[in-house]
Design a protein around this ligand. Structure first.
Ligand code: CP3
Length: 348
């Protein structure tokens, strides 16, 4: 077993499938409303204003490090932040709401793909600042983007639809508008993630949250080629790529063909089973049910040990939730989760 690693080495090695002393740990949505300290910084400003305010965004990105013992920091922003620069009018209520759903070819043609250095300079500045803040403790910095399908799902529906029937209808009717929209979004996402790595992100996560609504054939035709295109355009030697799909257990072997270094699974997937299906091609991330953090600390610790065991056949395992922390997640539960993960190293 390798000697004790610093948090950056531990995360990068787990992503690449190299030996580690124990799995690294962080949580999706680790900065958010469940933290009273977040709510204080958020007071009096809208969510979008907060994403554009470098001081506030840096502060809330760092809060989980100090408050809940996570071992990586993720940029505080939202997958829809770069979409505004395309010329889409959007608001958060609290989820993204688009004033004019995009369903016609002229609307897609009117979308710009801006240079992120011009359209979202504050995102890149937040990353540069975070990287400087984290250097001394060697804590890794994650960037992220939404994937074309998930972004398109909201843009086509206008807001979160229960099962996104409109976009699924478009998939199954072979919509050229959806195809063009996804291509445009893939261009946006690629440039955006590259700029994030340039600004200091050491790992990037692509959120294709709603791709799990698709069957295997639809995923293979409509989503996988875009994941592959994005993975290929990134310098993954420099920053490994994590791919998250909610409810994606039926897609695991296809996701392993995406070119991503890590597949992130929700709580319904069996990690051991997923590891058998993907073999040595990719590492795995996940996948405790976020609602489990409302349980007693001993149960959370037992669940972490069980997850580590289930993930051990994988080439690498990053401990995380199966989806983001919820607004009512108890802070104590999050602390119990990270403490149990750190404790996995103690039996060495
Ligand atoms: O993980 C992190 O801590 C980084 C920050 C982050 C946010 N959103 C902050 C946020 C990340 C990675 C996201 C991703 C995101 N956003 C996804 C993909 C992953 C997922 O959770 O499914 C999606 C689909 C969105 C769109 C979105 N943004 C929704 C549906 C909502 C409302 C639901 C909610 O949790 O409030 C948001 C708003 C949002 N994004 C908040 C935060 C902290 C809440 C804003 C607030 O009112 O303070």
């Amino acid at each position: 077993m390798p000697p004790e690693l610093n948090p950056t080495e531990r995360l990068l090695r787990a992503c690449r499938g190299e030996p580690v002393d124990r799995p690294p740990v962080w949580l999706m949505r680790q900065a958010g409303r469940y933290l009273p300290e977040y709510r204080r910084v958020r007071e009096g400003v809208s969510f979008l204003e907060m994403c554009r305010d470098v001081e506030r965004a840096v502060e809330v990105s760092l809060q989980p490090l100090r408050l809940v013992g996570t071992e990586a920091v993720i940029l505080f922003s939202d997958i829809f932040v770069p979409v505004a620069g395309m010329g889409v009018e959007l608001d958060f209520q609290p989820g993204p709401v688009v004033s004019e759903p995009i369903r016609r070819r002229e609307q897609v043609d009117a979308l710009r793909v801006p240079d992120p250095r011009e359209s979202v300079p504050y995102v890149l500045e937040i990353l540069r600042r975070l990287r400087r803040e984290l250097a001394a403790a060697e804590v890794p910095l994650l960037g992220f983007a939404g994937a074309p399908f998930t972004l398109a799902a909201y843009l086509v529906e206008g807001q979160r639809g229960k099962d996104f029937e409109e976009v699924r209808q478009q998939v199954h009717s072979g919509s050229e508008v959806l195809r063009a929209l996804q291509e445009r979004l893939a261009e946006l996402v690629t440039g955006y993630l590259r700029a994030q790595v340039e600004a200091g992100a050491q790992v990037v996560q692509l959120f294709d949250t709603w791709a799990g609504l698709l069957d295997r054939e639809a995923y293979r035709e409509w989503v996988l080629p875009l994941h592959q295109q994005i993975a290929k355009a990134l310098d993954r030697e420099r920053a490994p790529l994590i791919l998250y799909v909610k409810d994606g257990a039926h897609l695991v072997d296809l996701m392993a063909e995406s070119g991503a270094d890590v597949i992130s699974l929700d709580w319904r997937a069996d990690l051991g089973e997923a590891a058998r299906r993907v073999g040595r091609r990719v590492s795995l991330q996940g996948n405790l049910d976020p609602t489990a953090l409302a349980g007693p600390p001993e149960r959370i610790a037992a669940a972490v040990r069980a997850l580590a065991r289930a993930g051990s056949p994988a080439r690498g395992h990053v401990l995380n939730l199966g989806h983001g922390c919820l607004p009512d997640t108890p802070v104590e539960g999050v602390r119990a989760f990270t403490a149990a993960a750190r404790g996995l190293g103690e039996a060495r």
